[in-house]
Design a binder for this molecule. Sequence first.
Ligand code: KIV
Ligand code: ZN
Length: 507
Amino acid sequence: MEMIKIFDTTLRDGEQSPGASMNTEEKIKLALQLEKLGVDIIEAGFAAASPGDFEAISRISETLKESTICSLARAVPKDIESAAKALEKAKYKRIHTFIATSPIHMEYKLKMQPNEVIKRAVEAVKLARSLCEDIEFSCEDACRSDIGFLKEVALAVIEAGATTLNLPDTVGYRLPNEIGEMIKEMKTCVGDRAILSVHCHNDLGLAVSNSIAGIQNGARQLECTINGLGERAGNTALEEVVMILKTRKDIFGNLDTNIKTKEIYATSKLVADITGIRPQPNKAIVGKNAFAHESGIHQDGMLKHPETYEIMKSSDIGIPQENGLVLGKHSGRAAFKDKLVSLGFDGISQEELDSAFEKFKILCDKKKEVYDEDIRSILTDQTSKIPQIFELISLQISSDSNGVPYAAISIQKDGTNRIDAAIGNGSVDAILKTIDRISGYNGVLKDYKVEAVSEGKDALAKVVVKAEFEPNKPAFIGHGLHLDTLQATARAYIGALNSYLSMQKLM
Ligand code: KIV
Ligand code: ZN
């Protein structure tokens, strides 16, 4: 059996998706889940890009114990030194340095001659290797580079100490047979001196097919993101490539990964919750409809023999099997704990369990049916470790069809209650304006989503807001969970503000 290394870049390339920025606590939470999923290498960020990235990489480095933690670095000494410093406490670490090798990038972006690019690449790898044993080198825009030049760069950086050579399709331009041929030729050139890696973007919808073609021709590392998140149209989706290798054992019988596929669903949900970006319903593997059989003919076939229409089992990716109302107001703490374990929340503390149980009991009193999704949302909501700088104490809303909506809100900060009221064009506008008046920050709302957590008119409302609190700085995401959508809105907006404040010094 040959192992394919899974290199996840959700925290770096994925975070480059418009509006997908995460705060440090969210990054740590996701990194822990990626480790649980069995990811071999986690690219935790780009240390030199911002103090926030540096802090996230160092905190992840001191927290994780199994996966290799990686930082991206341009082929310049200050980036490489910063990557090494951020990775100092990692048990297993990797520096990933890169420079562009395509004619268009070298001429217009770098304004460098090919021989200067090779020189810079070699110096970067040598410096990185003096600071860390595990070095990945990427030829940015490899797929539009001259293959002869790629070979020259490859041999030079391997000689300088690179252990993995990544050949990205940076702009998502190539077709599977073209990537396959390139990898085959590079494999012949490099042999076993370095692991070849593919990193494909999805601009033409071919990222997954191109990555698979790379694997079929000798690549042994796959770079990908959860839910295919990433710059522009995104990157190769981890869940898709892993399930292709698992499902098509007839073709890939000699290949395996360390991914625990039963953790895929929980990881996908976590990424969607943190970023507020949900996979489209028909997205392969993790879309809401990926295992739903609507047509009568299909349902009939499924009842007679599941494999008539199903090539994978939803349980293989960890979708909870019974989706029913499983617990009620008479359920005890032990049953509740069992349910949490079955939903993947096995590592929670006693304090978190007690608090979740209390919220569950309150929900049972208010809501007729409590679903797995309700419980999952309670847990995801409360395990957010963002400091509660501002905390919602009470919210009163007045709105009628002919009047002017107004909100009266009480918020606590540093132990003191602050109360104010404002009118707005609608109830949401009134709430956000009142919070701005109380906090003294003037947020600009960039996105606002409401979703019912489960079925029924009495479903919990999950609100995700994205708000900008400073011009030209990233927007921050906040989540609110409540039976009342407007209460959830206030919590989500305050959450975004708290997230911004906790990251302010690091931006
Ligand atoms: O797409 C790309 O080329 C990259 C490199 C930095 C690896 O993300
Ligand atoms: Zn990329």
